[in-house]
Design a protein around this ligand. Structure first.
Ligand code: HEC
Ligand code: HEC
Ligand code: HEC
Length: 432
């Protein structure tokens, strides 16, 4: 078996054991210096508890919920992996096909259609899991199908389908309806009028054109003008970036090829985005560039642009970097949130990577996935750093954020970056 198995067995142990196992050196404490939204704090508004999230809407209903019962990426997480449950199908509920069909299609609850094709024409259907349009022909007993949906891990220890019953995403009654619906999936092969309905015949778009063409990617001009202002702005001590880094970000040629790195000054792994806030505080008297703020992201973009075309060349040789990389890999394979999903479930080819999740083709970690960040998102008309992408990826898993500048995310980014070694930077990216 590939590395998955060993990481999985580590991750199955309690969170505490995971930390001990993966830590060659201790992870220091870090107090976030990011903008408030970055940690999505809970606040009372009009008598209701809401989370303060980024203002790009519309978020799914997931954003309004406090998920603190479920595992996060924090290294000091104490919530264990949910144990595998063998559940008996309730005998007093009669399965209702129509109810089951609605539940199967309810994208806010759990997007069964995000990973499975069924007989009905539904948009968007994905193919991370098997095509279910002939499922009933397998003639599985209802009780067995119930168990599969309730907690697939009892059937396949390594399953990357979330345990829908164990996690509480669906009630036992609802799962009975889902079973009744799936037992209708039989008959001749389905002919689709629109080939895009089925991921196996779907047209894959070519992307958004050249991300380094300033007439095509608005983030280039945004970064240049924001960074030019940042460079001249004085801190409380009268110093500017220009005082010490003459010539602006364009002169920082090759700098970005070496990050993320272990910054001795702060005793932690950092990307440039993590560094700019504390660095401005120490050199200029105030944190002028809090992580995940617009100026931070655009300044980091401009600094990275000065290394475009140059190969990423991170020095991974120190014990600190080696330990950080191991921890980052641990996070990548760590299952979290109500859905009990890992990054690896969606971003490695032996799992969902390269398949469609709903309408979206899942990128694979080996691509690599880091070299074009920060990236312009056409649908929000905003530039995102990679941390916001992590948070966006994990929002529907049913989990709370950890702050964007946390050590955990920096080391996860380092793991993604380990696939980018020797390959050229091409910042800013461009995508939907
Ligand atoms: C994130 C992707 C994902 C989602 C969402 C998902 N599944 Fe699955 N499903 C899978 C994968 C992958 C398998 C393959 C079996 C395994 O992992 O062991 C599977 C297998 C199955 C099977 C067994 C198929 C067979 O032929 O053995 C059933 C039934 C099923 N899923 C039902 C559901 C239902 C119902 C939902 C919604 C509540 C759902 N799935 C949501 C990924 C997913
Ligand atoms: C008082 C001088 C001073 C000021 C002001 C200052 N820096 Fe620095 N900067 C340094 C020094 C010295 C280093 C190298 C030592 C270190 O890493 O802390 C550095 C390192 C950096 C690096 C990493 C360079 C590398 O080779 O990896 C970046 C990026 C950076 N600074 C950006 C900025 C930005 C952006 C500003 C303005 C917000 C700024 N600095 C303000 C002195 C300064
Ligand atoms: C349930 C599936 C799922 C999980 C789990 C998931 N992602 Fe993603 N990820 C996606 C989707 C979907 C996209 C967007 C694909 C697209 O661009 O259309 C994406 C995109 C990304 C990208 C941007 C890639 C690029 O080329 O621009 C990064 C980086 C990323 N994910 C990292 C992560 C990390 C790290 C984790 C774990 C913390 C994670 N993802 C967990 C589904 C997932």
């Amino acid at each position: 078996m590939h590395q998955w198995t060993s990481w999985r067995s580590v991750a199955i142990a309690t969170g505490a054991a995971l930390i001990v196992a993966a830590c060659a050196t201790a992870v220091p404490e870090w107090t976030s210096q990011a903008i408030k939204e970055s940690a999505a704090p809970l606040e009372m508004k009009d008598g209701k508890q809401v989370q303060i999230r980024y203002n790009e809407g519309p978020y799914s209903p997931f954003a309004a919920i406090d998920w603190s019962k479920y595992r996060t990426y924090a290294y000091n997480e104490t919530i264990p992996q949910p144990p595998v449950v063998k559940a008996a199908m309730p005998k007093d509920v009669k399965g209702d096909v129509e109810k089951g069909k609605k539940l199967f299609q309810n994208r806010n609850k759990a997007p069964c259609t995000g990973c499975h094709v069924v007989r009905e024409d539904i948009w968007p259907m994905g193919n991370v899991g098997p095509n279910l349009s002939h499922f009933a022909e397998k003639k599985f007993k209802d009780e067995f199908v119930y168990q599969m949906i309730y907690d697939m891990r009892s059937v396949n220890e390594d399953s990357h389908m979330p345990p829908w019953g164990t996690s509480g995403a669906f009630t036992p009654e609802e799962i009975v309806h889902l079973v009744a619906y799936l037992q209708t999936q039989k008959g001749p092969d389905v002919k689709r009028k629109d080939p895009n309905i089925d991921p196996s015949t779907r047209y894959v778009s070519e992307g958004f054109g050249d991300n380094l063409d300033p007439t095509n990617n608005p983030a280039i001009a945004m970064a240049e003008s924001a960074a030019a202002k940042v460079w001249k702005k004085a801190g409380p001590n009268g110093k500017t970036c220009e005082s010490c880094h003459a010539g602006g970000p364009a002169k920082m040629i090759g700098v970005a090829t070496k990050w993320p790195l272990f910054a001795k000054t702060y005793n932690r792994t950092m990307a440039i985005e993590d560094f700019l806030g504390p660095h401005s505080k120490d050199t200029m008297g105030a944190n002028l560039l809090p992580a995940q703020g617009t100026d931070n992201i655009l300044t980091a973009t401009a600094i990275k642009m000065a290394s475009n075309g140059m190969n990423q060349n991170i020095d991974m040789s120190s014990p600190e970097m080696k330990a950080a990389l191991e921890r980052g890999k641990g996070s990548f394979y760590n299952r979290v949130g109500q859905r009990n999903h890992a990054c690896a479930d969606c971003h490695t080819p032996e799992r969902g990577g390269g398949h469609f999740l709903g309408g979206r083709l899942l990128p694979q970690v080996s691509m690599p996935m880091n070299l074009h960040f920060p990236t312009y998102r056409t649908n929000f008309a905003k530039v995102w750093d990679i941390r916001k992408r992590f948070q966006w990826c994990t929002l529907p898993l049913g989990m709370n954020f950890i702050p964007g500048d946390s050590i955990e995310y920096a080391e996860l980014e380092l793991y993604l970056a380990s696939f980018g070694q020797g390959k050229p930077l091409r910042v800013p990216g461009l995508g939907h």
